[in-house]
Design a protein around this ligand. Structure first.
Ligand code: FES
Length: 64
């Protein structure tokens, strides 16, 4: 699903960026161009980023 229409960035690309180390919206902006034009995608992109990071932490915690 497209999250950022201006840059044609999908939720999958955002999750992948998070898995590769993106921690902030600025990281997504730098790596993917998220929220670099109209900005309408910023809130949902940040939510996806936070969910992905949280899931990664839970998975790491559960694997110990
Ligand atoms: S929808 Fe992402 S910058 Fe416009």
């Amino acid at each position: 699903m497209y999250v950022c229409v201006c840059k044609a960035i999908t939720d999958h690309q955002i999750r992948e960026a998070a898995q590769n180390g993106a921690l902030t919206l600025d990281d997504l902006r730098r790596d993917l161009g998220i929220a670099s034009e109209c900005g309408n995608c910023a809130a949902y992109a940040r939510q996806l980023l936070e969910e992905t990071i949280e899931n990664q932490c839970k998975a790491a915690w559960d694997s110990d």
